[in-house]
Design a protein around this ligand. Structure first.
Ligand SMILES: C[S@@+](CC[C@H](N)C(=O)[O-])C[C@H]1O[C@@H](n2cnc3c(N)ncnc32)[C@H](O)[C@@H]1O
Length: 262
């Protein structure tokens, strides 16, 4: 499991921030409501909800990121309750929240079934939920596949027989089914998010130098294999470049799920 406190997740948080208002819009009206932002990281969504007048709890496994979220809230004069814990087990009473959100966070749970059941438990009957996941295509998918292949090749083996395949968060039917088992009815829309950098090489280096998932992998596979992976990734990043002026731009598609208890 990755240590999200390592490196600087802040850089990626800035890149995915454009998804934040769409998630808040999906759970409006939020003013005065009790909201839980799951896997809040540095607080993008939690702060957006607080700015709109919700009473927000940010929940995450990474203490440093929670501290950053707290500092950002204080700088804006916003109240933000922060709780550290795992997505598979929420330390909140039944029916504690009127709103639950997660921006590219819930997708990292080690147990999608437990997390969905926990959300169904803490969300009030009239509550609203909205969260995002990546469509399984494009640059992010390639990078993820590459990371998995590197780890498998490092250990010289495929995942142990009988091991569960990772849950398909990019498969809207599977996600809706998962939540319907916990009493939540979801709708889904496909949205787009554009990431920009000064160049493809700069983006590649930012990921390899700063992203917690990549840095954790470097520790697993060693420096030599890591640098080889960085070199292999660059032409692929370049091949996804939509800009023609030497800078980098790529349009990523994601799923925005929203819904309520049945
Ligand atoms: C891609 S980041 C998204 C953060 C934030 N929602 C945002 O929009 O920037 C994923 C977040 O999930 C958190 N996370 C990953 N696995 C977790 C787990 N099992 N329990 C709690 N938090 C977890 C990480 O600490 C990180 O903050």
């Amino acid at each position: 499991m990755s240590n999200w406190d390592k490196g600087s997740y802040e850089v990626t948080a800035e890149q995915i921030a454009p998804a934040t208002p769409a998630v808040a819009d999906a759970v409006e009206p939020v003013t005065g409501k009790l909201a839980l932002d799951l896997a809040c990281g540095t607080g993008n969504e939690a702060l957006e909800l607080a700015r709109r007048g919700a009473r927000v709890t940010g929940y995450d496994g990474a203490p440093r990121l929670l501290q950053v979220a707290g500092e950002r809230a204080a700088a804006e004069g916003l109240e933000l309750e922060r709780v550290q814990g795992d997505l598979a087990e929420l330390p909140f009473d039944d029916d504690s929240f009127e709103i639950v959100t997660s921006v590219f966070g819930l997708i990292f749970t080690g147990s999608p079934q437990d997390s969905a059941a926990e959300i169904g438990r803490v969300l009030r009957p009239q509550g609203r939920i909205a969260f995002t996941s990546w469509v399984e295509e494009g640059l992010f998918q390639y990078m993820q596949d590459m990371a998995k292949a590197a780890v498998a090749s490092h250990f010289g083996q495929a995942p142990p027989e009988g091991a569960d395949a990772p849950f398909a968060w990019g498969d809207e039917v599977a996600v809706r089914e998962l939540f319907s088992e916990s009493g939540l009815m979801l709708q889904v829309e496909t949205r787009e998010l554009v990431i920009e950098e000064e160049s493809a090489a700069a983006l590649n280096d930012r990921w390899f130098d700063l992203h917690p998932i990549w840095i954790t992998m470097q520790e697993v596979i060693g420096d030599e294999a890591y640098e080889e992976m960085r070199r292999e990734a660059l032409p692929v990043v370049e091949s996804h470049n939509e800009a023609s002026d030497g800078s980098f731009r790529n349009t990523l598609r994601y799923l925005l799920f929203e819904g309520s208890p049945v």
